[in-house]
Structure formats: C-alpha cells, structure tokens
Ligand binder design. Structure first.
Ligand SMILES: C[S@@+](CC[C@H](N)C(=O)[O-])C[C@H]1O[C@@H](n2cnc3c(N)ncnc32)[C@H](O)[C@@H]1O
Length: 206
C-alpha cells in the first residue's frame, strides 16, 4: 500500500511494506502524519536547515522535510528498514537532498556529523527501555541552536518522560493545538519543541 501526501504544493508517494508486519516501522503512523502536516503548516522551521529524522519508519516525515526545502535530510532507523526508506526517497523528486543511514539510539553518531539544525521524530516513544537511549542520542545530535520537533501518540501507560529530557539539559514545550495544522492534529497526539536549555540568545522557540 502507498500513501499519497499532499505537501509542499505537490504529492509525495510513501510506500508501506506490510511484509514487515511485525515491525513498527513498516507503516506511517498517525503521529507521523500529524508531523508531516505540521511541517507543511510551519515550513520556515525546515527551509534551508540541516535535518535528521530519528526512527523514520517508511520516511514520510524526512521526505516531507526534503520537499519543503531543507538543505539536507538524513533519515535514520534500524538497518533492516533502510531498503524501504531508500525506495521512498528514490520514488520522489527530492533533488538529492535526502539520504538514509542506520542509527540505533545509543549508538555513536559522529559519522552523521552533528550537530543538526533540526531533529524530527514521530511516534518513537513507545518502549520504556528505549527512552534513555533516545534522549542520549538526541543530546549527541544537538547544539544549543538545535530544535527538535517530536510528535508522539499519547500513551497513558507510558507518560511523556519530562524528567529524562530535563536531566539531559533539555527544555520541552508542548505545542498547543491552536498552533498545529487545523485538520491534522488531535488531543491524543502530542507535539513538542525541544531545545537544550542554555539556548536563550536566538529569540525563542519558533
Ligand atoms: C511507531 S514507528 C514510527 C515510524 C515513523 N516515525 C512514523 O511516525 O510513521 C517507531 C520507529 O522507531 C524505530 N525504532 C524503535 N526503536 C529504535 C531504536 N532503538 N533505535 C532506532 N530506531 C528505533 C522503529 O524501527 C520504527 O521505525
């Protein structure tokens, strides 16, 4: 099955792979769709930026960032998902801006040449044991000028780990529904802007 996403004034085709049915990363999740359309709604966050996506699954969010004028986008996930990610990058005219790379959270990131301007992630907080590794990777990819936009389904059994982010030096702001896409947003899907706390010099959180 393929999804057709209307973003950046055109259509992106994102193929899902149901042969990988046991894999969370084989389909585009609702939080991914909300992040796709949030970025389309707030394209200035992306244009001209060096971007990395964590836990990209089929790659809808990263391909959207490339279509919205990012300088470069690295879509990352576990190694076995990269063929699907690469096929979606190749299926869309993204001008060579997007590439795929393996990255398991907690692993070294030096080869990706951090820091990035913008880190994107959707529906990646769903396993308690992975949360510290995810936050560790985010810290390794960030400078005080890095913005992370994270969109995650609200799971009552796994509340958002505010304390983990704060302990790693991050400030987290939950973006109100009024600032999100009017249709592609939901009370059950939470969107966050995350920055290292020492970043006070560039005019705030936009
Ligand atoms: C629920 S899926 C979300 C996929 C996509 N971001 C979306 O919203 O459609 C979670 C993704 O996180 C990836 N993931 C889970 N644990 C990971 C880890 N430890 N390191 C890297 N990626 C991981 C999975 O492979 C999967 O692609």
């Amino acid at each position: 099955m393929s999804r057709v996403l209307a973003v950046a004034g055109r259509e992106l085709i994102i193929r899902e792979d149901h042969r990988l049915d046991s894999e969370a990363g084989c389909v585009v999740w609702d939080a991914g769709l909300c992040l796709v359309y949030y970025l389309d709604h707030a394209a200035s966050l992306v244009a001209g930026k060096r971007v990395i996506e964590l836990g990209c699954g089929p790659g809808a969010v990263g391909c959207t960032a490339a279509a919205l004028g990012a300088e470069s986008v690295v879509l990352t996930d576990l190694p076995h998902l990269l063929p699907l990610v690469r096929s979606n990058i190749e299926a869309n005219p993204l001008g060579g801006v997007a590439t795929a790379a393996a990255l398991a959270w907690g692993d070294p990131v030096g080869h990706l040449q951090p820091p990035f301007d913008l880190v994107l992630a959707s529906d990646v907080l769903y396993q308690a044991e992975a949360l510290p590794l995810f936050v560790q990777t985010l810290a390794a990819l960030s400078s005080p000028r890095t913005l992370t936009v994270l969109c995650n389904e609200h799971r009552p059994a796994l509340p958002f780990p505010w304390q983990l982010f704060r302990a790693a030096g991050f400030e987290v702001r939950q973006v109100p529904l009024s600032e999100q896409h009017p249709e592609w947003s939901s009370e059950d899907i939470h969107l966050f802007h995350i920055r290292l706390a020492c970043n006070t010099s560039d005019g705030g959180d936009s």
